[in-house]
Design a protein around this ligand. Structure first.
Ligand code: DGT
Ligand code: CA
Ligand code: CA
Ligand code: ZN
Length: 575
């Protein structure tokens, strides 16, 4: 039995106990154990009972359930729990804002056992009549179902990336001479992916059997000689295509997409008397092959320069390529510094010094320490006094370090009324101020816009952090009028952030392009909360590339002296 399968049963026990209203410690214990087994490098089913018990988070009870599972293929405890509720109730529980109490109530009062049942109950008006529900809860549930439908089946790109690399290692281990390429939306640097697309060349058909034998495969959806699909853990589908080496370029092009880009490209081919598919570019009259081995060769035969995958969204890139207007996109290695990170002073996991060294290892030459301000009490946010004391510590550590310069700063909350969370006199003494909204994101659009516009008027605000507050697959952007904010930021010389946290990617690429076009300078930030967080700069870079940004559009591609001079506080009064 695979670790994945055992982990899934334990996680489900946790969910079912939660609906039943069982002991929270017990619920957490099952969930912890599930994660431990999922991450365990060797097969748990091969372990002796004592070794199983020795795993962190696996106590006597859970070890017993796991042993039963391994020996019999089922857990009677899981089956008993599952028999108490309809299977679809777990989907209801996973809706945003539906806790176990609500799920249990909906089941008991209205026999809701699935999302479809819930939709029907909402449509009939039955939900609002249940004691403890009401119109507010009704609206919340409707929104949760809407979101579920919008987000269903999509995965954060960073999650897909992690799984992709484990899969690639498995494939390469079996076929060291083959070439495996990641294609699809992941290669285009998209924010979320519907599935994981992998292309194989120089491999025998046996590669398909090897895919199916991968330890993280939960279900085989189809296995063929040129295409196979499997479902991996967490419901991620992976497609593997196999083409001959002479078609690698054509297949890279075709399976990278996007569909919109491919359709435009195929139209262009047709107008030149050519036909394009995943095997090559051919003349229509005599079917002679024109290109196919390399991707650049395909574009070249169509009279175009190679187009970076991040731009292949059908947003005018073919026209730009044809007329010689493709930008030279920013690369991760162009980034010279980072102006947004957190330390143990607030909600970060690592010290100032550790963050500085990690930034240096990540190839950066300067780093601003921007911990939270007091409004974020949960994060132990800094008041004026602590902010200035923290800045003094940062300066002291900066003096001791070579190869990286620390800047003092703050991520200052923008209060609900648009005033800044710290006094001007404090903000003025720091090297850089990022202003961000963290509370009352549900404010109506006009109020949110006024709030942010007012914050931008504060002369010490250099950067607007994660402007829309969205959380991919979890929370829609705020009602902010982004056009009004972009216009004000351009006028006042405030830079706007592309936050690289994989669930933020905020600004969104379309907005970032807009902002640049209207004269706003862009900052790429990690928003690292630990030494590993500088990896986020890769995601910020993907978004910037999708936005068509060049190094010259980005403040953090400047060396420190130029960066300092470019910050709003050093630019003097706006013209
Ligand atoms: P996703 O999976 O929703 O994040 O987005 P993609 O772009 O990865 O889409 P997917 O996996 O359905 O297909 C991968 C690529 O294959 C897609 O970007 C372009 C190509 N492709 C798929 N279907 C078609 C099609 O009907 N026509 C053309 N020209 N290309 C297609
Ligand atoms: Ca895909
Ligand atoms: Ca696919
Ligand atoms: Zn923030």
């Amino acid at each position: 039995m695979e670790n994945v399968a055992i982990a899934r049963v334990l996680a489900e026990i946790g969910d079912l106990l939660e609906i039943r209203g069982d002991n929270p410690f017990k619920i957490r214990a099952y969930r912890n154990a599930s994660q431990v087994l999922l991450d365990h490098p060797e097969r748990v089913s091969g372990l002796a009972a004592a070794d199983l018990r020795a795993l962190p988070g696996v106590g006597k009870d859970i070890a017993g359930r796991v042993t039963e599972l391994i020996q019999t293929g089922v857990s009677t405890f899981h089956q008993e729990l599952a028999a108490e509720f309809p299977a679809g109730l777990l989907d209801v529980l996973r809706l945003q804002g539906v806790g176990p109490k609500t799920a249990a109530l909906l089941f008991r009062e209205l026999q809701v056992g699935s999302i479809d049942d819930l939709t029907r109950a909402l449509d009939s008006g039955a939900v609002r009549d249940v004691r403890g529900m009401g119109a507010g809860k009704e609206a919340q549930l409707r929104k949760a179902i809407d979101d579920h439908q919008t987000f269903a089946g999509r995965h954060l790109a960073s999650e897909v990336w992690k799984q992709a690399h484990v899969l690639l290692a498995h494939l390469a281990e079996g076929f060291p001479d083959a070439t495996f390429d990641l294609v699809g939306s992941l290669r285009r640097g998209a924010e979320t992916c519907g599935d994981l697309d992998v292309l194989a060349t120089n491999a025998p058909v046996d590669v398909m059997a090897h895919l199916v034998g991968f330890g993280r495969v939960e279900r085989v959806l189809g296995q063929g000689a040129t295409k196979s699909s499997v479902r991996l853990v967490r419901g991620l589908q992976a497609d593997l295509r196999l083409v001959p080496a002479i078609s690698r370029g054509a297949a890279l092009q075709y399976f990278t997409g996007s569909k919109a880009h491919n359709i435009e490209l195929r139209d262009r081919a047709l107008r030149q008397g050519l036909t394009l598919n995943e095997y090559g570019l051919y003349r229509l009259d005599d079917h002679a092959s024109v290109a196919g081995e390399t991707e650049a060769g395909i574009y070249e035969a169509l009279g175009l320069p190679w187009i970076p995958p991040e731009l292949r969204e059908g947003r005018g890139e073919l026209e730009a390529a044809r007329t010689g207007h493709l930008p030279t996109l920013v690369e991760r290695s162009d980034l010279r510094g980072d102006l947004h990170c957190h330390t143990t002073a607030t909600d970060g996991k690592d010290s100032i010094r550790a963050m500085a060294l990690a930034a240096r290892d990540a190839g950066l030459t300067y780093l601003a320490i921007t911990d939270h301000s007091q409004a974020l009490a949960m994060a132990n946010g800094l008041d004026e006094h602590r902010a200035l004391a923290h800045a003094a510590v940062v300066r002291g550590i900066d003096d001791e370090l070579d190869g990286i310069t620390l800047l003092t700063g703050i991520e200052c909350d923008i209060r609900a009324d648009g005033t800044m969370d710290l006094a001007d006199d404090c903000l003025a003494q720091l090297d850089v101020v990022v202003a961000s909204v963290h509370s009352q994101l549900a404010q109506d659009g006009d109020r949110m816009t006024d709030r942010v516009l007012r914050a931008l008027e504060c002369p010490w605000v250099d950067i607007l952090g994660h402007p829309t507050g969205r959380m991919l697959l979890r929370r829609e952007p705020s009602g902010l009028d982004i056009e009004a904010v972009v216009t004000a930021a351009a006028r006042l010389g405030v830079a706007m952030e592309i936050n690289g946290q994989p669930h933020r990617r905020d600004l969104h690429d379309v907005h970032a392009r807009w902002a640049r076009d209207r004269g706003v300078r862009i900052v790429l930030s990690s928003d690292a909360h630990g030494v590993g967080g500088f990896d986020h700069l890769h995601w910020a870079t993907f978004t910037a590339r999708r936005a068509g940004l060049r190094p010259a559009d980005i403040l953090t591609c400047q060396a420190l002296p130029d960066l300092r001079a470019s910050l709003r506080r050093h630019r003097g009064a706006p013209a």
